[in-house]
Design a protein around this ligand. Structure first.
Ligand SMILES: [Zn+2]
Length: 294
C-alpha cells in the first residue's frame, strides 16, 4: 500500500471512530437528597428521539439494559434511580436516613400525597420523601413535574417482574401479572384480580404466552396500537376513579401521578426470566408509536 493510501485508510478509520463515538449516549449523574442520604440518578441521553424512559427499580437489570440499548440505537433520554442493598447489590427499595433514623421506600410509591401517606412514615421522613419525589418529577417531566417535556408525546416506564409460574401456587394471586388486573367474573372465579381495582380493563393477547409480560397505559387510545402488535395491555382507570380512599388504587405510583396530570404514560412490564427479547419488542413498538405521533 502506498503511503498516501495508508494515510487515507487511517483518516477514514478515525472518521468512523468519531461517528461511532457520537452515537454513544452521554451519561450525566445527578445527586438528589433523600433526607440525609444522597441518591444518584443517572441520565443517559442521545439525540434522535423526543422521549423519556424511566426505571425506578435498580434491581430490574434486564429493563435497565434494554432501555440503555434503546437510547443508544434510537435516541432519547433514559433516567435510572440508583439503589443498593447493604451488600452492595442493586436493590428495589431506596434506603435513607432522616434525623439519624433509617428508613426505606419503594421508589415507585412516592409520587402522590395519598401514596406517601400509605408509606406510614413519621412526618419528617414523609416530608423528605416528598422533596425527593418533587425533584425527580422535575427531572422526568417539564419543570413543575405535571406535564411532558417540550416535544415529547409519551412517557415510558420500564420494569421487570418476577416469574409468576415460579411462585408457590398460593401466592400467585398477589403476583403482578396481566391476569392479576382482571376482575373476577360472577361466572368465572379463576381470574386472580389482585390488582383489578386500579384497572379499567385488560386486553389479553392470544399471541403472548407469558402473563408476566404486559403494558399498562393511562390513555385508552394507546390500547389499540399496542394490542395490534400482540401485547397484553392493561388500561388504568381514569383519574376520577383513582381518587378513592385506601392504598390499593392510588398507591403513589408514577402511573397514578401521570393519570392525575393527563400525561400519556406507558409502563412496560417484562418477565425477569427470559423477557429480554419481549422488552426490546415493546420498546420498538413505543418508538414506532412516537414516530407516528410526531
Ligand atoms: Zn419495577
Amino acid at each position: 500500500m502506498s503511503h498516501r493510501k495508508l494515510h487515507n485508510v487511517i483518516l477514514l478509520a478515525l472518521l468512523f471512530t468519531a461517528a461511532a463515538r457520537a452515537q454513544e449516549p452521554t451519561k450525566t449523574v445527578k445527586t438528589f437528597k433523600l433526607g440525609e442520604t444522597s441518591v444518584n440518578v443517572n441520565v443517559y441521553e442521545r439525540a434522535g428521539a423526543a422521549v423519556t424512559l424511566f426505571a425506578p427499580h435498580h434491581n430490574e437489570q434486564g429493563a435497565l439494559k434494554a432501555a440503555r440499548e434503546a437510547i443508544a440505537a434510537r435516541g432519547g433520554r433514559f433516567v435510572e434511580v440508583e439503589s443498593f442493598d447493604e451488600a452492595g447489590a442493586p436493590a428495589r427499595r431506596l434506603r435513607f436516613r432522616v434525623g439519624g433514623k433509617a428508613y426505606s421506600v419503594d421508589p415507585n410509591r412516592i409520587y402522590t400525597p395519598n401514596g406517601r401517606k400509605c408509606l406510614n412514615l413519621p412526618a419528617d421522613a414523609e416530608a423528605a420523601v416528598k422533596a425527593f419525589a418533587d425533584e425527580l418529577l422535575n427531572l422526568l417531566f417539564a419543570p413543575g413535574g405535571t406535564s411532558l417535556r417540550a416535544g415529547e408525546t409519551l412517557f415510558v416506564a420500564v420494569h421487570n417482574n418476577s416469574d409468576v409460574e415460579k411462585s408457590p401456587a398460593a401466592e400467585r394471586d398477589s403476583d403482578l401479572s396481566a391476569v392479576a388486573f382482571v376482575k373476577p367474573l360472577r361466572s368465572r372465579t379463576t381470574f386472580r384480580g389482585a390488582f383489578e381495582e386500579s384497572a379499567a380493563g385488560v386486553y389479553l393477547s392470544n399471541t403472548e404466552d407469558d402473563e408476566d409480560n404486559f403494558i399498562i397505559v393511562t390513555d385508552p387510545r394507546l390500547l389499540g396500537p399496542l394490542a395490534a402488535r400482540g401485547f397484553n395491555v392493561i388500561v388504568q382507570k381514569p383519574a376520577a376513579q383513582l381518587r378513592v380512599p385506601g392504598c390499593a388504587v392510588d398507591d403513589g405510583s408514577l402511573s397514578v401521578h401521570a393519570s392525575f396530570n393527563n400525561i400519556p404514560y406507558v409502563n412496560l412490564e417484562v418477565d425477569i426470566n427470559g423477557g429480554a427479547a419481549r422488552q426490546r419488542q415493546m420498546l420498538e413498538a413505543v418508538y414506532d408509536l412516537i414516530k407516528t405521533k410526531q
